[in-house]
Design a protein around this ligand. Structure first.
Ligand code: HEM
Length: 485
């Protein structure tokens, strides 16, 4: 096969891509060597800001197939019939590490799925945990400061992490999951994904249901201990990329079963816990898992940067039949992600190949930097709305039914009569002795160097979840059980 001819980015042929143009054999480089200048200038722009969180990631393309009919809950077209297939783009990530972080560090994992549906993109931007560290988005930037580097030492700070957690008891559920075996999955394929928030479904009759999404791994759960993970990191920092990319190249396609928990709208008034509190799960006994479909990843992108780094997921991307809920963290995320994308990728990030819907797009947003697609969607006279020029019009049939809300505007104090300790305690009591011991040791390892005052404040939270929990951590830390009393 004859090689294609090298060109500049303006398409002009390049005669020599190795030698600068100089004044004489040993002379200085000429300013007019624009081909050299373009090459150097382009390199200076080969990075964009990394994601402020979830910077390190791995992803692939695939298909979502409906296996069970849930059309009585939602009119979303992607769920409209059994057998229906929707293309997806997934990205998995760790939260705190930078782009070069080692893959198998203890951290929560992101689990993002972009469904390219026939009525626009639906992004489920979840984690491998069903709960989170906080239940009000106002707290997120402060929480993330504790996970990132200390301003003076430029090191991660266990002191800051445990100071924050010990002052925020609602974090205990997520901290328990993070410090348990599930804190270091061996690959992205061996973990579950959760939408975590409560979202809503609405159907053709205008009925609303609250819903939680769960992707259950069909590969089984596999995890590393701290020691195994340290060994892996000594061998490779890119374990997840190797495993996920390698499996898909081999045709060994990973799969997850999508299940939902559905709560009738009126039940939200009756549950003993706030169903919109992101630090709580809905017990499966009360709201059983309903099977919906299968997610299969079967294609590595040809270009990582184009599809995975440029991927812009946002909880604000919903489609008719799927809605939000009063969850305060979800509400904050509806703003935060699209704002982050405009900063990270530019005004027209939704038109990049990774994010461009596979359905028709017609809007009246105009111009801006990097407007690389036509302005007019085939109708140059209709550039405002309303117009009598045949431009795109609204579709009242996709109007969401009203969401019932009420109350006085106020910064409400938490009113968590159900408490922060029941669910972490229940989770702890489900662990067997080996799992409990690993939890104690992982916590003790993560607390190395932390002030005793902070450790003691945190131990009280473990005690309140279950006295065995607190005492197990004390023992792992070498503190006498009575020392706190
Ligand atoms: C990434 C904000 C809570 C899952 C991000 C990004 C921002 C952000 C700004 C970077 C986006 C980008 O540059 O592409 C927030 C805020 C939160 C919050 C303000 C709370 C108010 C959560 C929660 C979850 C989550 C509760 C999971 C349930 C993710 C994931 C990514 C991400 C998976 C990576 C998306 C990707 O793969 O590109 N978050 N986040 N975040 N967040 Fe959050």
């Amino acid at each position: 096969m004859e090689n294609k001819k090298l060109t500049t980015s303006a398409g002009a042929p390049v005669s020599n891509n190795q030698r600068s143009q100089t004044a004489g054999d040993r002379g200085p480089v000429l300013m007019q060597d624009y081909k050299l200048l373009e090459k150097l200038a382009h390199q200076n722009r080969e990075r964009i800001p990394e994601r402020v969180v979830h910077a390190k990631g791995w992803g692939a393309m695939g298909t979502f197939t409906v296996t069970h009919d849930i059309s009585k809950y939602t009119r979303a077209k992607l769920f409209s019939s059994v057998g229906k297939k929707t293309p997806v783009l997934t990205r998995f990530s760790t939260v705190a590490g930078e782009m070069g972080a080692a893959d198998t560090e203890r951290d929560v994992r992101g689990f993002s799925v972009k469904f390219y549906t026939e009525e626009g993109n639906w992004d489920l931007v979840g984690n491998n945990t069903p709960v989170f560290f906080l239940r009000d988005g106002y707290k997120f930037p402060d929480f993330i400061h504790t996970q990132k580097r200390h301003p003076k030492t430029n090191l991660r700070s266990p002191e800051a992490m445990w100071d924050y957690w010990s002052l925020s008891p609602e974090s205990l559920h997520q901290v328990t999951i993070l410090m348990s075996d599930r804190g270091i999955p061996t690959t992205p394929m061996h973990m579950n994904g959760y939408g975590s928030h409560t979202f809503s479904f609405w159907n053709n009759d205008g009925e609303r249901f609250w819903v939680k999404f769960h992707f259950k791994t069909q590969q089984g759960h596999k995890h590393y201990t701290n020691e195994e993970s340290a060994k892996i990191i000594g061998e490779t920092r890119e374990k997840y990329q190797e495993e996920l990319f390698g499996a898909i190249e081999k045709g060994d396609y990973p799969k997850w079963t999508l299940k939902v928990q559905v709560m009738p709208e009126a039940d939200a008034e009756k549950t003993p816990y706030n169903p919109f509190d992101l630090t709580k799960v809905w017990p499966h006994a009360d709201y059983p898992l309903i099977e919906v479909g299968e997610l299969e990843l079967n294609k590595n992108p040809e270009n990582y940067w184009q599809y995975i780094e440029n991927a812009a997921y946002s909880p604000s991307n919903i489609v008719p039949g799927i809605g939000f809920s009063p969850d305060k963290v979800l509400q904050a995320r509806i703003f935060s992600y699209a704002d982050a994308h405009r900063y990270r990728l530019g005004t027209h990030y939704e038109a990049l190949p990774a994010n461009a819907p596979k359905s028709e797009v017609n809007h009246y947003h105009k111009d801006g930097s990097m407007r690389f697609f036509t302005n007019d969607f085939g109708n140059p006279d209709a550039y405002y709305e309303p117009n009598s020029k045949g431009g795109a019009v609204e579709d009242p049939t996709v109007e969401e039914p009203p969401m019932k809300i009420s109350g006085d505007a106020k910064r409400y104090e938490e009113n968590d009569t159900y408490g922060e300790y029941k669910q972490p305690g229940d989770l702890f009591r489900m662990f067997n002795d080996d799992q409990k011991n690993r939890l104690f040791n992982n916590i003790a390892a993560a607390m190395q160097g932390v002030s005793m005052e902070i450790i003691e404040r945190q131990l009280v939270h473990f005690d309140k979840a279950d006295p065995e929990y607190g005492n197990g951590v004390r023992k792992a830390l070498g503190i006498s059980e009575l020392e706190n009393y």
